[in-house]
Design a protein around this ligand. Structure first.
Ligand code: FA5
Length: 358
């Protein structure tokens, strides 16, 4: 018998069943893996024995090889069994442990949040119009060019339709000539509601709109509130009455309101509405220095006017029977005036030190 065969047999005999004991003593998975490495690892007992295989004469290779493989397989088996037993014990212990009550309150009370200031102002504005008899409707932020511009009587070459201040959207699989964009104002809701309902109607709507703007008072995404009323014999007097009531409820009774002629393609006549500056209202001599109204005493809050007959024609309403008014305002603008915020970007940075002040 060759030396190598004798050495291997001695080695296997020395190893014997000792690994069984070592594995049984391991109380957790890392200890078990460590014990296995002592047998089968690079410097393990069985590995040392295996290294002698090269020197075994060919006529003994088969029988010695089989024997060594048997031992190796029994080590692997013992390891797997012990591992499974350890996992079982662990699971058993978890199941028998006192139950963990997920509903218990934390030790440190979680700070309470609140709605974003823009959400609060938007709700407040919508509530005012609801209390004046308007019902709330919603429109999509991704809109057809027709609903955002064309049916609102924008001439095709109007600067607002230019690529410069509009975000266009490519629709995969859409009609090749479909023009789709992120709405630039909430006036698309006028088109959608007037096209699907019969007057009389008094509707208010609010939500995000998008333009290629970016400075301290203009953000690429901002919020507008749109309102419109369509019925028989509606006049500018009703428009003035509704918007004056709105300004008084928002900024306090007696707030001065003025209407300045202005132009929007979808109204005729059109106007912009200013309210008396809320920062230097007392007119106590501070007005000339007021940075917010720049000493004018007035702050612009919205655009409005009588619905243009073309808009009625485009939406299937007879302009000989019906008249109506519409208005649109920027929520950020109202909130900035309300809280004295100098930079519109503060609303969107979501810095908790800013938001916690509301
Ligand atoms: C309009 O968007 C019209 N659709 C409003 C309207 C509706 C007029 C119905 C008549 C009848 P204008 O582009 O002026 O109008 O925008 C309305 C308000 O949105 C502005 O007064 C301003 O407060 C706000 N606004 C406009 N651009 C921005 C911007 N980039 N960031 C924040 N607020 C903006």
């Amino acid at each position: 018998m060759s030396d190598a065969v004798t050495e291997i047999e001695r080695g296997l005999a020395a190893l014997g069943e000792s690994f069984q004991k070592r594995f049984a003593e391991a109380q957790d998975e890392p200890a078990l893996r460590h014990a296995k490495a002592e047998v089968l690892g690079k410097k393990g007992d069985l590995t040392a024995v295996l290294k002698r295989m090269a020197a075994v004469p060919p006529e003994h290779k088969k029988s010695v090889g089989e024997r060594v493989n048997e031992v190796k397989a029994s080590v692997e088996r013992a390891f797997e069994e012990r591992l499974a037993a350890l996992h079982r014990a662990r699971r058993e212990a978890d199941l028998n442990a006192p139950p963990f009550d997920l509903t218990l309150p934390g030790r440190v009370p979680a700070p309470r949040g609140h709605v974003h200031p823009l959400t609060r102002v938007r709700h407040e504005i919508l509530d005012i119009f609801r209390s004046l008899g308007f019902e709330v409707a919603w429109g999509p932020e991704v809109e057809l060019w027709e609903n955002n511009f064309e049916k609102l009587a924008f001439p095709p070459d109007h600067p607002a339709t230019d690529m410069q201040d509009t975000f266009w959207v490519r629709v995969d699989g859409g009609a090749p000539d479909a023009k789709v964009l992120l709405r630039t104002h909430t006036s698309n809701v006028q088109v959608r509601e007037m096209s699907t309902r019969k007057p009389p109607m008094a509707v208010v709507s609010g939500g995000p709109v998008y333009r290629r703007d970016d400075d301290v008072t203009h953000s690429p995404m901002f919020h507008q509130i749109e309102g419109f009323l369509v019925a028989e014999r509606v006049s500018f007097a009703e428009l003035k009455g509704v918007l004056t009531a709105f300004a008084e409820r928002l900024y306090g009774e007696g707030t001065p309101v003025r209407f300045r002629p202005s132009y929007f393609p979808f109204v005729e006549p059109g106007a912009e509405v200013d309210v008396g500056c809320v920062f230097c209202r007392a007119d106590d001599g501070s007005r000339p220095a007021c940075r917010v109204c720049k000493g004018t005493g007035w702050l612009e809050i919205l655009g409005c006017g009588m619905v243009h007959p073309d808009v009625f024609r485009h939406t299937g309403i007879d302009p000989e029977t019906y008249t109506g008014f519409a208005f649109g305002l920027g929520v950020e603008r109202v909130a900035m005036l309300r809280y004295g915020i100098p930079d519109i970007r503060l609303f969107f940075e979501n810095d908790p030190r800013f938001l916690a002040q509301f």
